[in-house]
Design a protein around this ligand. Sequence first.
Ligand code: OAD
Length: 242
Amino acid sequence: MSQETVRTVELEKAAQKIAQAKNLVTFSGAGLSAESGIATFRDKNQDALWRKFDPAKLASQEGFSENPERVIDWYNARRKTLAQAKPNPAHVALSSSGAVHITQNVDNLLESAGATDVLHLHGSLLSDHCNAGCGYSETVDLANPQALRKCPNCSNSYMRPSVVWFGEPLPDAVMQRAIEETSNADVFLVVGTSAAVYPAAGLIPIAAEHGAFVIVVNTETSGASCNIELLGKAGEILPQVF
Ligand code: OAD
C-alpha cells in the first residue's frame, strides 16, 4: 500500500471509531489552538514559548516572588492575544461531538466553539486569584487585564493568574474527574500535545489500560503510544474524522 492509501485507511478507521464511540473523551494540548494563533510551548517552531522564555522565571512561585510585575505583564500579553483569537476548525469539530474534553490549555477556545463539558487541568487565563490563598478570585477581562495589584480582599499578597505553575498540584477535583472520564472512555482522542508534562500526560496510558482505542492527532510524532497516529494539522484532520 502507498503511504497515501495507508493514511486514507487510517483516517477512515479513526472516523469509524469516533462515530461508533459510546464514551468519546478528548485530551488536548497547545497544538489544538496553534491554528488560532496561540503559541505552543515546546515544538520545533521558533515561536514556541519555552524556546523563547524561561519557565522558571514566568511560571513558578519562585519566578513570581523574584519579579511579580514581569510575570503579570507576560500573562497579560498572552491574554490580549487570546482576546483577539477565534476558535479554529479543530475546536469546532471537537465541540460538535458532545464529548467530554480534558484540556491542558488555559484558553477558552473550546468553550467559544460551543463545548460545554471542558475540564481545564492547568487552569485558565480567564481568572485571577489571591496568591496568599485567602480564597478571593476574579474574572479577567482578556482585552483589558489589570496590572500587578494586591489582593483587594486580604492585601497579604498579589493577585495572580489561575493557572498551574511548575511545582504546583493540579486542581484535585478536576483531575479526579479527568481520571474517571478517561477510565470510562472507549475512544480517547489526543490532539496537539507533546505528552511531555505529567500528571496530565499520564491520562493516555490510563485510557489504554482501561481498553480505550487511542487516536493521536499531531503535527509530529509525540511521546504518546496509541492505536492510530494521524500526522498533520488538527484543523485539517479533525473536520475529516468527525
Ligand atoms: P507542547 O507545546 O509541549 O506541545 C504541542 C504539540 O502540538 C507539539 O507536539 C506540536 O508538534 C503539536 N502541534 C503544533 N501545531 C499543531 C497543529 N496545528 N495541529 C496538531 N498538533 C500541533 O504543548 P502541551 O503538550 O500542551 O503547562 O504542553 C503541556 C503543558 O506544558 C502546557 O499545558 C503548559 C506547558 O508548560 C502549564 O502551563 C502548566
